[in-house]
Design a protein around this ligand. Structure first.
Ligand SMILES: [Cu+2]
Length: 647
């Protein structure tokens, strides 16, 4: 394709300024930067995404308005080890900004995964290390290019590194994670794509037992499961227009980036005549998985799956009938490979509806009139595979105005081999001589709030007993609300004993009773990082240390561990921005919520782990004047099957 043709294609109209870049726009942006910056073959495209227009432009947009389209591109020159950020105007067909970003490493790209594995297998030093362990066929070896972190080691400074972890399959369809090649760490310079050293901490025998779970290995499936079908004879209740979804009273726009995966924009709820905003933008902004084993070949294991790998670029193509049930709308995700060629992730985002038990019920026991409503929720999700682990990320929207975020953790636990007879302190034996090390999964969701307008305030609410003088009978307790007026005052932790939640309110808008309209952020399972404050991973992911952070909106503050966490020495992102302790009262603000799952593995997590869930809720809090789901109609009687009873 010639550049002229590509440019013609790039003028394709989109319906909204937040529509993700189309494949034609991605192709055109890559061609424009290649040509105007004379880029050679040593330059990799780490990401090509929509440069989102100013918030004011988006919020004032009306259909038919002119839309200026820009692409934001991160590039890595392997030859010079330099990183650049470019902004390309697709409308003007030119590079409008080109910036060298010193001392950073873009995320490890999918092409690098493949090339790194090949480089390790070709290394004579690595072949010698595995031969010592009786492994003769490198084709059966699996090399996972783990990030290297930053431990202040001089000869690692400025080198684009992976410290790979390796396993070996017994045959090409065998579950390789059953057999870690313990103690062997090939260290790879990803710019030169060569092994710079192979660390060897001593031979540990391969664990003896297979861990296979696929149909060719599992015999005797249980036979007592009857069909259960989800039928939507009139189709789904949602409508989709490009990337905008309308479902009952909700309106939600979705986007997709290689770094964050699913992004939500402009979430609103129709309340009578008014379309009331709740979010401007929300996404998984970072996650960190620190491991707890201090052995020399394990202590550097921690993964920032958003900033170091790009969780969106690892999204699965979802398959009807397995990942989601019912009438489904899929959105494709368009990313690039490192050559800048468009890579399509077909069916990356799943949209569907689910029955969710009862929404509300009451029986008037005198008249025996019973009213019950079925709850239905809208589910928007994607699932990513990061090496051994799977993460499903789900946003749920309910009829009563509730929003829920849930992460489903599944896949395969990371494994290590131990010598026969050893019972590991920092892991659990999940098979003979096979340990699953203890670790945490720590997530941070960035929510650019827009409760009834851009200017919001955040309050901490604790349920507390009244003071002695106000409490003559000892029974008095109430909801105590405290304004979090600056960034440092707003660095908070959960307190389940006080039923603590955080209220995000619009101080200028009242409901019928005179309360400021608000949503409450309700923590679910949560804990704190186990790593010490001076540990490398804590410095690099300081966002982990607080559950709540609030910052004034700034278009360049998007990632809590900084824009480039890969090999970053620390201090970037939230700790850096909030050092100035800016005011966050009655202003355009961003709420960052951190939630952590400590995973001490179980035998039942092997060979593939049943789903564990963690997340949080956002519930309307005096946002409405009454239950907004009062108008959900009764379900038709006896629908579905002759045994069904819906009233
Ligand atoms: Cu885990």
């Amino acid at each position: 394709m010639t550049i002229a043709k590509e440019r013609t294609a790039a003028t394709t109209k989109v319906s909204h300024p937040l529509e993700p870049l189309t494949p034609d726009e991605i192709t055109a942006a890559v061609a424009i930067v290649r040509e105007q910056k004379s880029l050679g073959s040593s330059v990799r495209f780490a990401s090509v995404t929509l440069k989102e227009p100013d918030k004011a432009t988006v919020l004032s947009f009306r259909p038919g308005d002119y839309i200026s389209r820009r692409a934001f591109i991160v590039l890595l020159n392997n030859a010079t080890a330099e990183t650049f950020e470019a902004v390309v105007s697709l409308s003007q067909e030119r590079v409008i900004s080109w910036e060298y970003i010193p001392n950073v490493q873009p995320p490890i790209m999918l092409d690098e995964f493949v090339e790194c594995e090949a480089a390790v297998k070709a290394s004579p030093e690595f072949q010698a290390a595995i031969a010592k362990r009786g492994i003769t066929d490198p084709d059966l070896v699996m090399v996972d290019p783990w990030s290297a972190g930053n431990y202040g080691i001089e000869d690692e400074e400025g080198v684009r590194l992976s410290r790979a972890l390796c396993w070996v399959r017994a045959n090409p369809t065998d579950h390789g994670y059953a057999r870690p090649i313990e103690g062997v760490i090939p260290v790879v310079d990803l710019n030169k794509m060569e092994v710079i050293r192979v660390e060897d901490y001593g031979v540990v025998p391969l664990p003896p037992k297979d861990g296979n779970y696929t149909p060719e290995y599992v015999k005797n499936y249980r036979t007592d499961i009857k069909p259960l079908e989800i039928v939507q004879p009139e189709g789904p209740s949602f409508e989709v227009n490009d990337h905008e979804i309308r479902w009952q009273k909700w309106k939600i726009r979705v986007g997709f980036t290689p770094r964050e995966g699913l992004v939500l924009y402009n979430v609103t709820y129709q309340d009578g005549e008014k379309e009331r905003p709740i979010f401007y933008r929300a996404s998984l902004a970072e996650m960190t998985v620190p491991y707890g084993d201090p052995q020399p070949h394990h202590y550097r294991k921690n993964a920032f799956d958003v900033g170091e790998y790009g969780i969106g670029s690892l999204a699965n193509s979802l398959t009807l009938g397995c990942d989601c049930l019912g009438v489904i709308h899929y959105f494709d995700g368009f990313i690039t490979n490192s050559k800048g060629e468009v890579a399509k992730i077909e069916n990356a985002i799943c949209l569907h509806e689910e029955d969710y038990g009862i929404l509300w019920k009451h029986m008037d026991w005198r008249t025996e009139q019973t009213e019950v409503r079925r709850s239905r929720r809208l589910v928007i999700s994607f699932i990513a595979t990061v090496g051994n682990y799977e993460y499903g990320f789900y946003w749920y929207f309910y009829q009563d105005g509730t929003i829920q975020y849930e992460v489903k953790l599944t896949g395969v636990v990371s494994t290590a081999a131990v010598v026969p007879g050893e019972v590991p302190k920092y892991g659990t034996l999940v098979a003979p001589q096979l340990s699953a090390p203890i670790h945490q999964h720590i997530f941070n969701v960035r929510m650019d709030m827009n409760i009834d307008g851009t200017n919001n305030s955040v309050y901490e609410v604790d349920i507390v007993p009244a003071k002695e003088e106000d409490n003559p009978y000892g029974n008095a307790f109430y909801a105590q609300s405290t304004l979090l007026s600056t960034e440092q005052a707003a660095q908070r932790k959960i307190d389940p004993m006080k039923g603590r939640y955080w209220k995000i309110a619009n101080p200028s808008k009242m409901n019928a009773m005179g309360y400021p309209t608000a949503y409450k952020l309700m923590p679910g399972e949560n804990t704190l990082p186990m790593a010490r404050p001076d540990a490398s991973v804590t410095k690099r992911a300081t966002y982990m240390s607080e559950h709540l952070w609030v910052t004034p909106y700034h278009p360049d503050e998007n990632f809590p561990a900084g824009d480039y966490p890969n090999q970053n020495p620390g201090g970037a992102g939230l700790p850096h921005w909030t050092a100035g302790d800016r005011p966050v009262e009655d202003t355009d603000l961003v709420v960052w919520y951190t939630f952590a799952h400590s995973h001490s593995p179980r035998a039942e997590d092997w060979p593939v782990m049943p789903v564990a869930t963690i997340g949080f809720m956002l519930k309307p809090l005096n946002f409405f004047d009454e239950n907004p789901a009062n108008d959900v109609p009764p379900s038709p009687k006896n629908h579905g099957s002759k045994h069904a009873c819906c009233q």
